[in-house]
Ligand binder design. Structure first.
Ligand code: TYD
Length: 226
């Protein structure tokens, strides 16, 4: 198997935290600096996973239970990892992904009441070693996020997961903060109640050193080859 030489950054958080805006902004900055950037999202990101996305977000799988949904998220993730993310990382790209394993830990694990061991076993199979180098958790009170998500939604009806109660959204926020506390080397909590510019600056400060390390790693492997 080829070595991974890219950088894998995931974005997490509740509804309306501004993940997609911030991913776009980070991608623009990195591209302007000459990096090869791939923006992607979950559930979805590959043709197989996009097919499963529809089943999950429409609520079509809801009646079969949260265990079934968790397995479908994992199946979609595995297709996305093997078809898109791993090849991009092997080619040296910076991959920016809207939601990944922590969404399953929070939505299916914590608020879906599935055992942590079951979720972790699914993740091991789904990602097969493709762990994010860095995860940005966009944090804001559930009420603020939901209001923003509804405004942004326009004519879109809320999806299966957005329809849930405010307490559920607040529980998810707490769960994300616990994940961050347990894995501080990978996770960074970003206060998403501030202006778009302030959030983008903080994200860039977190990611820039990792991108620089990537440059050093490439330079030294080029030296050892040449
Ligand atoms: P999406 O429309 O992509 O919205 P968002 O802007 O909130 O990311 O919807 C994805 C929904 O799927 C979201 O409500 C979270 C949920 N989800 C899970 O429950 N588990 C998962 O593993 C993933 C990736 C997403």
């Amino acid at each position: 198997m080829a070595e991974r030489s890219g950088l894998f950054v995931t974005f997490e958080g509740g509804e309306g935290a501004g993940k997609s805006t911030q991913i776009r902004r980070l991608a623009d900055v990195l591209r302007r600096r000459g990096h090869d950037v791939l923006m992607t999202r979950e559930p979805g990101g590959s043709p197989g996973a996009e097919a499963v996305r529809h089943v999950l977000l429409s609520g079509a799988a809801e009646e079969f239970g949260v265990r079934m949904e968790a397995m479908l998220f994992a199946a979609a993730r595995n297709d996305h990892v093997e078809e898109v993310i791993r090849p991009a990382l092997e080619s040296g790209a910076i991959v920016l992904c809207d939601r990944f394993i922590d969404s399953s830990r929070v939505y299916q694990g914590v608020t879906g009441n599935l055992e942590a061991d079951f979720i972790e076993a699914l993740q091991r199979v789904a990602i097969d070693g493709v762990v994010p180098d860095c995860t940005l958790i966009l944090d804001l009170p559930a009420e603020v996020g939901l209001k923003r998500a509804r405004k942004r939604g326009g004519s879109d009806a809320p999806d299966r997961f957005e329809r849930e109660e405010i307490e559920t959204h607040e529980k998810r926020r707490e769960a994300y903060l616990e994940i961050a506390e347990a894995d501080p080397a990978r996770c960074h909590v970003v206060n998403a109640e501030r202006s778009e510019d302030a959030i983008a600056d903080e994200i860039f400060k977190v990611v820039e050193p990792l991108v620089r390390e990537l440059g050093f790693a490439r330079a030294s492997s080029a030296e050892s080859v040449g």
